[in-house]
Design a binder for this molecule. Structure first.
Ligand code: ADP
Ligand code: ASP
Ligand code: MG
Length: 424
């Protein structure tokens, strides 16, 4: 008998029929003798719809009230899955974030999980009840509803798995594993049987949607065994243990598997960044600190930063990127600090995309960036900003060129599946 956390994403939960399919997958695990907790997302598109309402109500919305609104999507699906399981004859109940509770900090809209009280959960599971937990939500110290940032149900699942000491955390989604790049963009993407925590962390942090970044870092820290697999399988298919998805493994484990290591593990695209340019910032010590200090205080993550060479002596342009969702807030903050920072104009562009290539092999291999720049240049794709880490190179380009860039790079690094059945 194993203790398993199963997480189902938005596409898997979109509508009664799909929820019934999910209930059957869950029931099969329980029938195999396992103790099961399920973490669910809102129905596909629902969170976007709710975010839209918040923006309409108030473009500079209060994140605490935003959380009250957007957390509701998962409340609906957790209740519906419990009902559907009951209809199949299973014992099941929902546990909302505040009921367990799942404690988080008070950074609304991007809260971090602190502690999960697992006593009630464990008691219910050992009594044969399937616990259904809405992902994405928690409760702050002062008892306000919080959410974990987009894609946060993955993190809820890993956190629950860590709290109850689960043997496995299975992330069911609408693709059957982690691929070399988004299989919806590149039909010749290859499925990875194994990927290391470190590589997955980097891939997630540069925009591979398949797992939320924090879910990977938490799994790495807590040693949670994570597997990504598809919920779109036939009702009479083999149980999850035998379905080949992608297993997230440690470096040592991968070495034991004796796999041939690729130079590049994957390519990711992120359209959710926005570019900000501040023109004619005084070129003196402390100027940059006056820009980024207030943004940090407002919990706005700055990613790429470039300080351009000034056109005039004593002045410089500063370019950086922030999450698209924070652009308006960042702009408002910076306008308010215009005098203190001393810039001339603020120019923003939400139509950019960050394309990144990731691979541990880069540590010991030169020329990865050069190949990237050459391949993009050959297609006339202009690079607006560059950033690198030990195992990643990222470039900022025009959003309209995202798909082309990803395809071109996938081919340039010789990653296309050789299978003739795959077509671009
Ligand atoms: P869920 O709703 O199940 O959480 P997401 O939409 O968050 O699903 O994540 C799954 C999606 O991630 C896939 O449909 C795919 O388009 C996208 N994706 C991006 N990069 C990758 C990748 N490298 N491997 C697999 N899927 C990826
Ligand atoms: N429903 C939330 C979102 O769309 C959380 C999740 O699905 O993981 O971001
Ligand atoms: Mg997701």
């Amino acid at each position: 008998m194993a203790r398993i956390v199963m997480k189902f994403g938005g596409t898997s939960m979109a509508g009664s029929e799909r929820i019934r399919r999910v209930a059957n997958i869950v029931r099969r695990q329980q029938a195999a003798g396992h103790e099961v907790a399920v973490v669910v997302s809102a129905m596909a598109g629902e969170t976007d719809r709710l975010v839209g309402f918040c923006r309409e109500a108030n473009p500079l919305y209060d994140p605490a009230e935003y959380d009250v609104v957007v957390a509701s999507g998962e409340q609906v699906t957790s209740g519906l899955l419990a009902l559907t399981l009951q209809a199949l004859g299973c014992k099941a109940r929902s546990w909302l974030g505040w009921q367990l509770p799942i404690r988080t900090d008070d950074a609304h809209a991007k809260a971090r999980i602190g502690e999960i009280d697992s006593d009630a959960l464990l008691a219910s599971m050992s009594a044969g009840e399937i616990a259904v937990i809405p992902g994405f939500q928690g409760v702050s110290e002062d008892n306000r509803i919080t959410t974990l940032g987009r894609g946060g149900s993955d993190t809820s699942a890993v956190a629950v798995a860590a709290a109850i000491g689960a043997d496995r955390c299975d992330i069911y989604t609408d693709v059957d594993g982690v691929y070399t790049t988004d299989p919806r963009i590149v039909a010749k993407a290859r499925k990875l049987k194994y990927v290391t925590y470190e590589e997955m962390l980097e891939l997630a942090s540069v925009g591979s949607k398949v797992l939320q970044t924090r879910s990977v870092s938490l799994a790495m820290k807590e040693g949670v065994r994570v597997q990504v697999l598809s919920s779109f399988i036939d009702d009479d298919a083999t149980p999850a243990d035998e379905i080949p998805g992608t297993m997230i493994v440690s470096d040592e484990e991968l070495e034991g598997l004796d796999m041939e290591r690729q130079l590049i593990t994957g390519i990711a695209a992120d359209k959710n960044e926005a570019k900000v340019i501040l023109t004619r910032v005084p070129d003196r010590p402390g100027a940059v600190a006056t820009i980024f200090g207030p943004l940090a205080q407002a919990n706005i993550n700055v990613d790429m930063i470039i300080q351009n060479v000034g056109r005039d002596k004593g002045e410089t342009d500063v370019t950086f990127t922030v999450p698209g969702a924070d652009l308006l807030r960042a702009q408002t903050l910076l306008e308010a600090q215009k005098e203190a920072i001393g810039f001339n104009r603020i120019i923003t562009d939400g139509k950019v995309a960050k394309i990144s290539v990731v691979g541990v092999g880069m540590k010991s291999h030169a020329g990865v960036a050069a190949t990237m720049f050459r391949a993009l240049a050959d297609r006339g794709i202009n690079i607006q900003a560059i950033s690198t880490s030990e195992i990643k190179v990222s470039v900022l380009i025009d959003e309209d060129e995202t798909e082309l860039a990803v395809r071109v790079l996938h081919t340039a690094y010789d990653m296309d599946a050789k299978d003739e059945a795959a077509s671009a």
